[in-house]
Design a protein around this ligand. Structure first.
Ligand code: SF4
Length: 500
């Protein structure tokens, strides 16, 4: 892919018009991105295509986090996917995001999960037969052939002698032997595909297909998992390889964009305006502590550390200070609050500039937004005596368990949270924490995007608990236990009351 300086002249690169129609990567219905695009793309398109794709991937992640049924994905995804309808745009955007997301294991894991989800969605939407343009092939079979060129569709005469064994080994298969014998199976959804068993290990391992002489016989209904497994392993390998490739001069000028795209872009800065995330709460220097009950673990952890150590190091001040700013704490109240908390420090001399800078009153006077989850999770983790970051990513299971205990989350409710943490699904762990706090939140809460942004978690918690002045009732306590943090009864002078 060559990046050219020219500004955008159309929504699709100029060279696309000249793209060879035989270039299968751009012209198959379902692209498994086997080929690297070798075309010119302007810097503007390079960035715009990637951001359009990122919006789709983020939406997929949100839908999964909110447990939206896959049948309902269409309503949310199709408007975003329309922007990727052009095969070449889709192709380029995938490879730009590969460059951005190959940089760390977490980024690779996230990108892989969302790309596989996108492929599954697209395959599920491809109506067998309707997407074909030759020989009744479906999008799935075409995609399969692009990753497994030696796949063979059994002819009726090949299928007939094997059918009893295939039916016995594949209980879910519903096939009428008479139809097969009459050759009426050729274009049905019950085609059987023969591939080397090593290319269908997942299905073989779970005894879902018939295997004979090293060949696996796979019904059409099982192809989806075969294609996605193949896509996943290819992409995973290629991302790992790409991470070790030094940057080329051609890509040099995109480095800033690539570095930021995974953490900053395509994330709504809806909490940029101070107080936009408050939903009626008026945070002041005197009531920050009583709102710890509305904070996700990353921010509760910083408040706990502040209580205990009477200080926060640079990244902790930044993460927590910007969060409180987004939650509505004014600069004046922030100065009063942190000066009060930083016991034994010359606050005005050492830290006041720092807080004024966060609020855009010093330096380049930028209106810095609060950090979103992607930025916190993929940012630098805490060193000794630091408490910033995402606990699900940067702390041990033991530390998270200890924090959840202090927050009064019952062990039975912790299981789901810890399981997600151990599966490296940090944001899903955070969603589980929210669900442990509020098992039956109002439906409007799910529009708030919690699990993607600490301020959204805060806003959702305020809403779920009934508003700004809501106190936890017995029914809202966790398994009948009332937490000192959740109830707001935090003794600001007791370092052990909520220690990390
Ligand atoms: Fe904070 Fe996001 Fe981690 Fe939750 S997932 S603890 S909101 S960084």
């Amino acid at each position: 892919m060559n990046i050219v300086k020219s500004s955008r002249s159309s929504s699709v690169p100029k060279s696309v018009a000249a793209l060879d129609s035989k270039n299968s990567a751009a012209t198959t219905n379902i692209n498994l991105y086997q080929e690297i695009p070798n075309i010119e793309v302007s810097l503007d398109d390079f960035e715009e295509f990637a951001l359009d794709r990122l919006k789709v991937l983020k939406k997929l992640e949100q839908l999964k986090m909110r447990h939206v049924a896959p049948e309902k994905y269409k309503k949310y995804l199709d408007p975003l996917l329309q922007k990727l309808n052009d095969p070449t745009k889709d192709w380029i955007s995938h490879f730009v995001l590969r460059l951005a997301y190959c940089r760390s294991e977490d980024l690779r894991r996230w990108f892989l999960a969302q790309e596989v989800a996108l492929l599954k969605y697209r395959l599920s939407q491809s109506n067998p037969g309707s997407s074909s343009n030759s020989g009744g092939e479906t999008a799935i079979t075409k995609a399969l052939k692009s990753v497994l060129p030696n796949v063979h569709v059994l002819a009726p005469e090949e299928l007939e002698p094997l059918l009893p064994k295939i039916l016995a080994a594949t209980p879910s298969l519903n096939m009428n032997p008479l139809q097969v014998g009459n050759g009426r199976n050729a274009n049905s959804n019950n085609n059987i595909y023969r591939v080397p068993f090593t290319q269908a290990l997942d299905l073989v391992q779970h005894r879902q297909v018939f295997v004979k002489k090293g060949m696996a016989y796979i019904p059409e209904s099982k192809l989806l998992s075969l294609v996605t497994a193949r896509f996943r392993s290819n992409l995973s390998r290629q991302l790992a390889l790409l991470s070790a490739v030094p940057t080329t001069p051609a890509l040099q000028r995109t480095q800033g964009f690539l570095k930021n795209v995974a953490t900053v872009h395509a994330i709504k800065d809806e909490y940029l305006e101070q107080g936009a995330g408050t939903d009626g709460v008026q945070l002041t220097a005197n009531n920050v502590a009583s709102h710890v009950k509305h904070m996700p673990l990353c921010m509760a952890q910083l408040q706990m550390a502040l209580n205990k150590e009477k200080h926060l190091k640079h990244w902790g001040r930044l993460q927590y200070g910007l969060f409180l700013k987004g939650a509505g704490l004014s600069l004046e109240d922030a100065m009063v609050y942190f000066e009060r908390m930083f016991v034994g420090k010359d606050f005005n001399k050492e830290y006041s500039y720092n807080f004024r800078h966060m609020y855009g009153k010093e330096g380049k006077r930028a209106n810095y937004p609060p950090y979103n989850c992607a930025k916190i999770i993929n940012g630098n983790g805490p060193n000794a005596n630091e408490h910033h970051g995402c606990p699900y990513k940067h702390s041990t299971v033991q530390d998270v368990t200890a924090m959840l205990n202090k927050l009064g989350i019952a062990p039975s409710k912790q299981k789901g949270i810890i399981a997600q943490q151990q599966s490296h699904n940090y944001q899903l762990a955070c969603v589980e924490h929210f669900k442990a706090m509020y098992p039956n939140p109002p439906t409007s809460v799910y529009a708030n995007d919690f699990g993607n942004h600490p301020n959204a978690w805060f806003k959702s918690s305020v809403k779920a608990s009934g508003g700004a002045d809501a106190k936890m009732t017995d029914s809202q306590t966790i398994d009948g236990k009332k937490s000192n943090v959740a109830s707001g009864d935090v003794d600001m002078n007791d370092p052990n009351s909520v220690s990390p």
